[in-house]
Design a protein around this ligand. Structure first.
Ligand code: MG
Length: 351
């Protein structure tokens, strides 16, 4: 098998702001794995919060040797991967799944025995002033989204106002993501107000800092389901999350790919945890990998490609609020245009 990797810069349609900062563009890594004249593609977005970048991912990919010359030998390949760089691992995992699907003529969700249809995706209303968030909510109301995820954590005492302002303009189901912004006392003051009937918040994602000692107390007293994201990366994290949350947010860029994400989903179910599938700002190539396993989830947040000025990898269909994977083989997406802006190709040695 031959493997190559590159860094790609994706441009956002509008500036995206969360509690940790703002961005106008996002860097992803894309991997291609070829075998017997067929090529599989995969993508993932390295997460700065976990000290990963497109450059560190590329450096890991350049050192990579695949442990087998067989795209179906995923256990052997996974065992031979060096540690770390979860986004890069996810891109390799996605490319191998895409390749398997193309070689067998099956979409990946069918290879995995999963359903094509999943819960509707949320649309993210990124952090801003309460009025600004309400105005942006009004602007997308006609676009077919069935639920909204509000980014909170403004450190200005206005987070409840933000949700009230959005609730005043829509009846859509709402959830929020504080991205580790609140203390236990703040969370215990804010979350019950958001759960009150006039707002009816469905759940709150990562209110506290990862590993915050207040996690178990908040889980017991919040009154609204707590989902953890920054607390939960790979399978070994899942059991501890049952002590501090009602559900986990799985992202392929954290888990290292589809295989580990499926393991996490089953472990979480055994512990009685709810499941959410998240994403980063990614093109349709990255979103397509998530869409293959979205049917396992209670909640889906796969809007990364919809936030882009232009998605270079169309193929995931946004239908009735659902990010539906294509029924074509593999991940079912294809790059449009001969050359992408900002592509830097770097060869990687074959296994
Ligand atoms: Mg989150």
């Amino acid at each position: 098998m031959e493997i190559a990797a590159r860094k790609v810069t994706l441009r956002l349609a509008e500036t995206f702001t969360i509690s940790r900062g703002s961005e106008d563009e996002a860097e992803v890594v894309q991997v291609e794995v070829s075998h017997a004249g067929t090529t599989g593609y995969g993508e993932a977005a390295p997460i700065a919060r976990y000290d990963e970048s497109a450059d560190s991912a590329l450096a890991w990919l350049k050192r990579l040797e695949l442990g087998a010359d067989d795209p179906f030998a995923l256990d052997e390949i996974e065992d031979a991967l060096p540690p770390g760089e979860h986004a890069a691992r996810a891109a390799v995992d996605a490319a191998l799944h895409d390749l398997q699907g193309k070689l067998t003529g099956l979409p990946v969700y069918r290879l995995l025995g999963l359903r094509q249809l999943a819960p509707p995706t949320s649309w993210t209303i990124w952090l801003g002033d309460p009025d600004d968030m309400a105005r942006r909510t009004e602007r997308i109301l006609g676009r077919g989204f069935k639920r909204l995820k509000l980014k909170l954590g403004g450190f200005d005492g206005l987070d409840v106002e933000r949700v009230r302002a959005v609730r005043a303009v829509t009846d859509l189901p709402l959830m929020c993501d504080a991205n580790e912004a609140w203390s236990l006392d703040e969370a215990l003051e804010i979350i019950p107000q958001l759960g009150a009937p006039e707002i009816g918040l469905e759940y709150c994602e990562q209110p506290l800092k990862a590993a915050d000692a207040g996690g178990p107390a908040l889980e017991e007293r919040s009154g609204v389901p707590i989902y953890v994201d920054e607390d939960c990366h790979t399978l070994p994290d899942v059991a501890a999350c049952a002590e501090r949350a009602h559900g986990i947010n799985i992202k392929l860029a954290k888990s290292g790919g589809i295989r580990e994400a499926v393991r996490m989903a089953h472990a979480a179910r055994a512990l009685g945890l709810g499941l959410m599938l998240g994403c980063m700002v990614e093109s349709g190539l990255g979103i397509a990998a998530g869409a293959q396993i979205a049917s396992l989830m209670d909640h889906v947040d796969l809007d990364g490609n919809l936030l882009l000025a232009d998605d270079p990898w169309p193929g995931v269909d946004f239908v009735d609020g659902v990010q539906r994977p294509s029924s074509r083989p593999g991940l079912g997406v294809e790059m449009h245009g001969a050359e992408m802006h900002g592509v830097e190709t770097q060869g990687v040695p074959a296994a």
